[in-house]
Design a protein around this ligand. Structure first.
Ligand code: FES
Length: 106
């Protein structure tokens, strides 16, 4: 779901659509929007899983302060998706624990 009419901010202007790959799924996004916004618009809520229990985490603060929205973006772990803007062709993966380059035991 996207908010396209806002009582204070007004209507969202038409933006170019781009494609990103999220866990091997093609997702349509709007150029320049935060990755987290694109994922939420596509119905994706779990962005990472905790290292100890595997519990899902997603957007919490939405302003780059809590790290709950971190994912692997183009092979780089720990990217805060709420403050990172979408670019055409990005490859985004659900992060498990510390991510690939930070794996502790596998
Ligand atoms: S939701 Fe808190 S850092 Fe992104």
């Amino acid at each position: 779901m996207r908010i396209i009419k806002h009582p204070i901010l007004g209507d969202v202007k038409e933006k170019k659509k781009v494609n990103i790959n999220v866990d091997n799924r093609q997702v349509e996004a709007l150029e320049g929007e935060p990755i987290a916004a694109a994922l939420m618009a596509a119905g994706i809520r779990a962005f990472r899983r905790t290292i100890k229990t595997g519990e899902p985490r997603g957007v919490y603060c939405g302003i780059g302060q809590c790290n709950d929205c971190i994912m692997e973006v183009n092979g780089v772990p720990n990217v805060r998706t709420c403050v990172t803007l979408v670019e055409e062709g990005m490859i985004i993966r659900t992060q498990i624990g510390l991510g690939k380059s930070g794996d502790l035991d596998d």
